[in-house]
Design a protein around this ligand. Structure first.
Ligand code: SF4
Ligand code: SF4
Ligand code: FES
Length: 521
């Protein structure tokens, strides 16, 4: 490590004294050289400034998994993280979440391992198979199916970042991934038994992607959980709540059903061009099945139509031929039905001549951009917040009326964590006069999921205190805001439910960014 001190960085460390059970914050200034890690800094503090500071570490090289802490709200390995790369003069260091704190930065990791022990993490096959000499022979292709999932170092970072893990019933990202790692292993024959421990709780996963985003070893937990879902779908081992979601989404798109008239209810009083009367427009507005069928979200769809009209945009919808993007189907493991929906929509995108697709929902947006077969089409797709942020920047839309609200913006996972769209919604809000905007404590990449993804918006059965949306509304209330701004139909539904559960309708409202913009133009 270089001897030259590049800068002094302030460390604000959350401490916990187990004797009086009190938390407090200690602040230290640490000299930072090229290559200084967070762990080096903590050791510097202990050696030179405060010998009572307590934290855990061992290998100092990203292998033992013991040194995870929250750095500026994000869980990371202290030994793996260089201070200069964080590009900050001040850092907050806290213990990781979802595990009880023992002292200062040391958490009790036992609950994480208790979940892990509920799955069988050795090969399962008949006794005589183990005696065969060729028992471990695998082709490179067979090895590739699970190899990346073996790189886990049991640091519990994914567990600490997981909104579903606030319900102790949930096995957690790593255990579910380890379970799939063995199912995907050609040497293993334990699949039916491996489905049992996860069958009743895996559906609590919202597919927020935090586990994958923060894993220091790039283990793709979120996708492995989708593969677990698929196994359960194939085995027909689905709880009724999940069957209801799958049926609900599919019945919307049954061409023999009664959905066609409903599809245009949201557009009543508005003149919206739709396929087949219209076969081309500059913008194809993809509305999202939630916005079509949910009365509350129809208001948001109408607000977007009004914005298009104000902007003079040449736009149209697919009308009855817009089928669900299939996001929920895919995340719940119903890959066959997802492909059926995707095939239809892609066919319609080809029939309809437009320059770009604008979606209301981050879920449609993410699926069109990132999930095959949509992704293969390289569709020109924008989320509505991106479309409107451009219009605001170009001066084509001018919010003028003052909107007197104190607002915290909640980043939807499928827009933020999955697509890094953090600024566009904020730019729209910042353009509205009168709005006082404050940031949530857990914001942008560290945002805390509303709990609505992967069909959970329609399957909520957890007790109120174990619902991510309730935790999120409490966080907003603590900030003293009167409005939570969102940019996703599922966030509207889940957070409004939480407001009702907490009986705080007179204190806080949930508004889509579009609704706030509409109040101002
Ligand atoms: S999957 Fe990644 S984040 Fe989770 S315990 Fe393993 S290494 Fe840590
Ligand atoms: S995708 Fe989100 S909810 Fe699902 S296991 Fe990962 S962190 Fe938890
Ligand atoms: S000290 Fe071992 S992973 Fe950081």
């Amino acid at each position: 490590m270089s001897t030259k001190v590049e800068k002094m960085v302030e460390f604000k460390i959350t401490r916990f004294n187990p004797d009086n059970r009190k938390s407090y914050i200690s602040t230290f200034k640490v000299p930072i050289r090229k290559g200084t890690t967070i762990l080096d800094s903590l050791l510097y503090i202990k050696d030179n400034l405060d010998e009572t500071l307590t934290f855990r570490h061992s290998c100092r090289m990203g292998i033992c998994g013991s040194c995870a802490v929250n750095i500026n709200g994000q869980p990371m390995l202290a030994c793996y993280t260089q201070v200069l790369q964080l590009n900050a003069d001040s850092l907050t260091i806290e213990p990781i979440a979802n595990l009880p704190v023992i002292k200062d930065l040391v958490v009790d990791i036992q609950p994480f391992f208790e979940q892990y022990k509920k799955t069988t993490n050795i090969l399962i096959k008949p006794e005589q198979e183990f005696k065969k000499t060729d028992q471990f022979v695998q082709s490179p292709a067979e090895l590739k199916k699970f190899w990346d999932l073996t790189l886990c170092i049991k640091c519990s970072i994914c567990y600490s970042a997981c909104p579903a893990a606030i319900d102790e019933k949930f096995l957690g990202p790593e255990s579910l991934t380890a379970n799939y790692r063995f199912v995907a292993d050609s040497r293993d024959q334990g699949c039916p038994g491996r489905l049992k421990p996860m069958a009743d709780n895996i559906w609590l996963c919202t597919q927020c992607n935090s586990c994958t985003l923060f894993c220091p070893k790039l283990v793709g937990c979120a996708n492995a959980i989708v593969d677990d879902h698929s196994l359960l779908v194939e085995a027909g081992a689905l709880p009724k709540t999940v069957i209801d979601v799958l049926e609900r989404v599919y019945k919307y798109h049954n061409p023999m059903g009664t959905h066609q008239s409903k599809r245009m209810d949201w557009a009543r009083d508005l003149t919206v061009k739709a396929y087949p009367a219209a076969t081309k427009a500059d913008v194809l507005f993809f509305v999202c099945c939630s916005d079509v069928y949910d009365l509350r979200n129809q208001e948001v769809a109408r607000a977007m139509v009004q914005m298009f009209n104000k902007l003079g945009t040449d736009f149209a919808t697919l009308g009855a031929e817009e089928w669900c993007c299939g996001d929920h189907m895919l995340r719940l493991g119903e890959k066959g039905l997802f492909e059926e929906l995707a095939k239809h929509n892609i066919e319609m995108f080809k029939k309809f001549n437009s320059n770009k697709i604008v979606t209301l929902s981050p879920h449609c947006y993410n699926t069109f951009k990132n999930d095959k077969p949509y992704a293969d089409e390289k569709l020109n797709v924008q989320h509505y917040t991106e479309y409107l942020a451009d219009a605001v920047k170009q001066g084509r839309i001018k919010p003028v009326k003052s909107v007197k609200r104190k607002v915290a913006y909640h980043d939807p996972c499928f827009l933020g964590k999955r697509n890094e769209v953090y600024d566009a919604p904020r730019q729209v809000l910042q353009a509205i006069p009168g709005l006082q905007i404050v940031e949530m404590k857990r914001t942008r990449q560290s945002s805390f999921c509303c709990g609505g993804g992967a069909g959970r918006v329609w399957t909520e059965d957890a007790q109120p205190e174990k619902r991510p949306c309730v935790s999120r509304v409490k966080e907003a209330l603590a900030l003293g805001v009167d409005t939570i701004a969102v940019a996703c139909p599922y966030c509207v539904t889940t957070l409004e439910d939480a407001v009702k559960v907490l009986d705080v309708e007179n204190k806080i409202a949930v508004k889509d960014v579009l609704e706030l913009l509409k109040e101002s133009v």
